[in-house]
Ligand binder design. Structure first.
Ligand SMILES: *Cc1c(COP(=O)(O)O)cnc(C)c1O
Length: 369
């Protein structure tokens, strides 16, 4: 079938125009994949065992209500079971919540650059993206975001730490922002990297839920808990909003394997959070070394760092790739590098050091003075 055969099919033009989701390139042999913010540690034996035990029942549909995991999460977060909703990754939850609140003619406000899935999800819902530029330091411009809210706005997404720039929203700034947001406008607080945060000023959404009836917090097991392959995340928020998300969900999409892996991961929390602490220290060491080399690295509170390589993004990406490092390039803005294996750090710094020396003076990626 030639591609011309499909020309007669009437598709939504805005869907046809969505660029294909670009997954991080795989690592070259002997190299490191630092392009998808994955956890470099392999799964714990207890998690593998729990998943293996589900294989006997592959002929059955999953227990998608997930009462056991929801109860566990509700208990730890001090909320009711109805205020927890599971999804096949928090991207699925974002999709459901956006679709539940915004349709044709409605607007969704978010900072940009931020998580690359947001624009596509908004378009699929039929709604319109309103992208508010990040501040020069890579952080959300919450004043401008509040000012971008109109009668048509149905969802605002706040991403902290922000993927890909690594910056956080502080509690004080978030509270001031919420004062300006109408109480019937849904605010999604995307905390995919919550566990990596070490800055005490960072907002923590779940304790704020009792104050804001329009707030939903999103968390995932993909990053800190190292379950990216299994696709499991959760939302915490008002039951009525989560019920609407459930109505917008594809039924039975949370598998037993992902659910039991999440439970086993909560059981092994201490060990997993020790890994996270090591990754956060590795991140800080990496950022300090990059600053020392002369890079202007924004605050890094996720498991990644951002280099504003600007017009040099493609060549910098190639230089990392040639050294066996796959990173994520967003030309012409910059490069996001995940904090991976310990052995990747020196290799990374070697390439980054050569690159920064060759950047012209006044380049946005370069530190002043
Ligand atoms: C990785 C990521 C997610 C979610 O990933 P899932 O694997 O779908 O849970 C959500 N938001 C941001 C900002 C992310 O970087």
């Amino acid at each position: 079938m030639s591609s011309d055969d499909t020309l007669g099919v009437r598709l939504r033009p805005e869907i046809v125009a969505v660029p294909a989701y670009k997954q991080g390139r795989p690592a070259p042999a002997d190299g490191f994949k630092l392009s998808s913010n994955e956890n470099p540690f392999p799964p714990l034996p207890s998690v593998v065992e729990a998943v293996a035990a589900t294989l006997r029942d592959l002929n059955r549909y999953p227990n998608a209500g997930g009462a056991d995991l929801r109860e566990r999460l509700a208990e730890r977060h001090g909320v009711g079971v109805g205020q927890v909703h599971l999804g096949s990754g928090s991207v699925a939850l974002l999709s459901q919540l956006i679709s539940a609140a915004a349709g044709v003619g409605d607007e969704v406000v978010y900072s940009w650059r931020s998580f690359e899935a947001y624009p596509g999800l908004v378009t699929v819902a039929g709604a319109t993206s309103v992208q508010v530029p990040n501040r020069p330091d890579g952080s959300h411009d919450l004043d401008a975001m509040a000012a971008a809210i109109t009668d048509r706005t149905r969802v605002v997404i706040v991403c902290t730490p922000n993927n890909p720039t690594g910056t956080i929203v502080t509690t004080a700034d978030f509270e001031a922002f919420m004062e300006r947001v109408p109480s019937d406008l849904l605010v999604l607080l995307d905390e995919a990297y919550y566990e990596f945060v070490t800055d005490d000023a960072a907002v923590d959404g779940i304790p704020l839920l009792s104050r804001y009836p329009n707030l939903v917090v999103l968390r995932t097991f993909s990053k800190a808990y190292g379950l990216a392959a299994l696709r499991i995340g959760y939302a915490v928020g008002p039951q009525a909003v989560l019920d609407a998300a459930r109505s917008a969900a594809i039924p039975l999409s949370v598998t037993d394997a992902s659910r039991v892996a999440a439970l086993a991961s909560i059981d092994a929390e201490d060990e997993l959070m020790e890994r996270v602490a090591r990754l956060a220290m590795r991140r800080d060491r990496l950022r300090d070394a990059l600053l020392e080399q002369g890079w202007a690295v924004p605050e890094a509170q996720g498991n990644f760092v951002w280099l504003a390589t600007g017009e040099q993004t493609v060549e910098a990406n190639d230089a990392f790739f040639d050294a066996g490092l796959t990173v994520r390039a967003f030309p012409p803005e910059g490069i996001r590098i995940s904090v991976g294996e310990e052995e990747s750090v020196d290799k990374l710094l070697q390439v980054a050091g050569d690159l920064v020396r060759n950047l012209p003076n006044g380049h946005p990626g370069k530190r002043l003075g």
